[in-house]
Design a protein around this ligand. Structure first.
Ligand SMILES: [Zn+2]
Length: 365
């Protein structure tokens, strides 16, 4: 059904919302652009010593041995991770100081292939890769609920610039939102492009890819405008944030016994009431005021994760980041060893346009 969303709005009955009821558009814009922001960026107070976030966040290198995702995307860890090289012909890894370019080798090879296909098939110059996972996975002290078992990766909607970005530029390059700032949940036609739509559908085309999280406005745009094969459109899942990057999630690799999979997406293109819900008040409503002060949530401990994750914490490391870089040590970039080693780059007009830095909003699926 090519234009199912319109129908979904009609059939949504009472929950259907006239956007005018949101009041001033500026308010709607605020809701759309900041609340909706990415699954990166928000800072949380430092995790307590001994918490899973503190322990996994302190791991500098992956374990030795075969790659195994352990547990679920949002509750687990991993062994035998490999790093995406900081640079490749068709990609650059961003925010290197976070040390989150580790993943299951299936994920890393998929990212490399996707970047090559993107250039060859749709003329996308290359991808900027955000967070994948920590060296041993596990929960992160900021930014994500998932990304814990090496099977999730964030890719920017900003194309790779022609020059190699310096270490500092990779830290500081702002995110560019695809949303219009003065409208509620609306893709900015000045920023969005057919090529970005093709990029998403290319990512969704790989059989290993289980879901791709995008902002609800982007999903709606795809529902309204994608005229090609819609078989994989269901893999694009609306989610808070994800307006300046999209999030690729792959299935548990074959034979990964300790990996807990997720139910496949429902049949159809997903341009239905599950999407229409995002355009109601409900997902954006402020929490009800309470007379009692809210209890801070209990921190996740290693013992809350799958049992095998305790052994992952104590397991011996590989020798170095270079030794764990996908494609062999020669693929490891000098950028990762020392920021000062980054070559000077032209900081001129070739840099992509800038936008607001997203805030955090936890993933709900
Ligand atoms: Zn993500």
């Amino acid at each position: 059904m090519a234009f199912g969303l319109t129908q979904a709005f009609r059939t949504f009955g009472k929950l259907t919302l006239d956007f005018r009821t949101f009041g001033k558009l500026t308010l709607a814009g605020t809701i759309g652009a900041s609340l909706v922001a990415g699954d990166v960026g928000a800072q949380q107070k430092t995790p307590s010593p001994g918490s899973a976030k503190a322990i996994f966040g302190a791991e500098k290198l992956p374990t030795q041995g075969p790659a195994q995702p352990i547990g679920f995307y949002a509750k687990g860890c991993m062994t035998g991770a490999e790093a995406l090289p900081a640079d490749g012909p068709t990609w650059q890894a961003m925010r290197l100081s976070r040390n989150r370019r580790w993943g299951n080798p299936v994920m890393i090879s998929l990212l490399e292939k996707f970047s090559q296909d993107a250039r060859a098939r749709i003329g996308w110059p290359g991808i900027l890769v955000g967070d994948i996972a920590q060296p041993r996975g596990g929960p992160m002290f900021n930014g994500h609920a998932s990304h814990q078992i090496g099977l999730d990766a964030d890719v920017w909607f900003t194309p790779m610039p022609s020059q190699r970005l310096s270490y500092e530029q990779r830290e500081d390059l702002p995110f560019t939102t695809m949303l219009q700032k003065d409208k509620f949940l609306t893709v900015d036609p000045k920023v969005w492009s057919e090529q970005r739509a093709e990029l998403l559908m290319l990512a969704a085309s790989y059989p290993q890819v289980e879901r791709i999280f995008v902002n609800p406005a982007i999903k709606k745009k795809m529902c309204d405008t994608w005229t090609g094969d819609r078989t994989n459109l269901a893999k694009l899942r609306p989610e808070y944030g994800h307006d300046s990057h999209f999030h690729i999630r792959i299935k548990c690799p074959p034979g990964a016994k300790g990996c807990t999979g997720q139910a496949p997406v429902a049949a159809g293109d997903g341009c239905d009431k599950s999407l229409a819900w995002w355009f109601t008040k409900e997902p954006w409503a402020a929490p009800k005021p309470s007379t009692k002060p809210p209890k801070p949530p209990r921190e996740v401990m290693v013992s809350d994760l799958p049992k095998a994750c305790s052994a992952v914490v104590d397991a011996p490391s590989i020798a170095s980041t270079e030794a764990g870089t996908y494609g062999g040590p020669s693929a490891a970039s000098a950028l990762t060893a020392a920021p000062a080693a980054a070559p000077p780059v032209d900081t001129g007009s070739a840099l992509p346009s800038v936008g607001p830095v997203p805030n955090d909003k936890p993933m709900v699926q």
